[in-house]
Design a protein around this ligand. Structure first.
Ligand code: HXC
Length: 257
């Protein structure tokens, strides 16, 4: 399928979605929301795809929600249409999503990067929640996911001052899993995706569910949820194969069953 605002490339079980509005630094308008969520849902439903990579290009991952589009938005429309809630379609995707941040990830761009499962950044990446400079505040999870990722001190600092932080600070703060040289970002994202693509899709889905539960539940509920998922994993052919392969000193061949 062709999309207006993103490029989609599929190979070896990996769907790479590249935001493609470079002149607007990949600002996120309604069409981008529709395209990214539709492409991610299609990849999720496609048995031949195992991992999704979401990235930007040139100087930007995404410089935020589209300010020109938002400038005409008023309370009644935003409230009635539940503006930005459509992004929940992306966080409902069950396959692993790697967000590879190549440049500016500001406002909605930072929030979009945080909707993925593994966030990797180039040395040129810049993160921030500059909404306060526009007289508003984050609206796609910045005050919530960022606070969970980096804690209150830095979340308040970023959201109240609107300053940018570089990739090194973001990694130190726990927002970013890995920082890599700029020209190695795509290859690293690919390498991580290939590594995960070789696993059982069921085990990978369970890992994603279990880690995400840590953000939604008490420790006791989360531990119980993890344990029950672990028990369930014993019902899969992939568990028998994975353990047999270890014992027989060979590579496992998972079948997602
Ligand atoms: C629409 C944008 C944009 C955005 C950049 N552009 N960001 N258009 N929405 N968020 C456009 C510019 O208007 C310009 O178009 C072109 O991209 C290049 O940007 P410049 O500003 O000329 O580049 P530069 O001087 O290098 O500055 C880069 C930048 C700056 C620091 C990233 O563009 C910037 O501050 N952008 C806005 C960042 C921001 O505030 N994001 C949060 C948005 S609110 P033209 O046509 O002039 O060449 C948000 C939260 C939503 O995301 C939820 C709460 C409401």
């Amino acid at each position: 399928t062709e999309f207006e605002t993103i490029l989609v490339e599929v190979s070896d079980g990996i769907a790479t979605l590249t935001l493609n509005r470079p002149k607007a630094l990949n600002a996120l308008n309604l069409q981008v929301l529709e395209d990214v969520t539709a492409a991610a849902e299609a990849a999720d439903a496609d048995d031949d795809i195992r991992v999704i990579v979401l990235t930007g290009q040139d100087r930007a991952f995404a410089a935020g929600a589209d300010i020109k589009e938002m400038s005409t938005l008023d309370f009644s429309v935003a409230y009635r249409r539940n503006w930005f809630a459509g992004w929940n379609r992306l966080t409902a995707v069950s396959k692993p999503i790697i967000t590879a941040v190549n440049g500016f990830a500001l406002g909605g761009g930072c929030e979009l990067a945080m909707m993925g499962d593994i966030l990797i950044a180039s040395e040129k990446a810049k993160f921030g929640q500059p909404e306060i400079n526009l007289g508003v505040l984050p609206g796609m999870g910045g005050s919530q996911r960022l606070t969970r990722a980096v804690g209150k001190a830095k979340a308040m600092d970023l959201c109240l001052t609107g300053r940018m932080m570089d990739a090194e600070e973001a990694e130190r703060a726990g927002l970013v899993a890995r920082v890599v040289p700029h020209d190695e970002l795509a290859a690293t994202a690919r390498e991580i995706a290939e590594t995960i693509a070789a696993k059982s899709l069921i085990a990978a889905g369970m890992v994603k569910e279990a880690v995400n539960a840590a953000f939604e539940t008490t420790l006791e509920q989360g531990l119980r949820y993890e344990r029950r998922l672990f028990h369930s994993s014993l019902a899969t052919a992939d568990q028998s194969e994975g353990m047999a392969a270890f014992i027989e000193k060979r590579d496992p061949h998972f079948t997602d069953s």
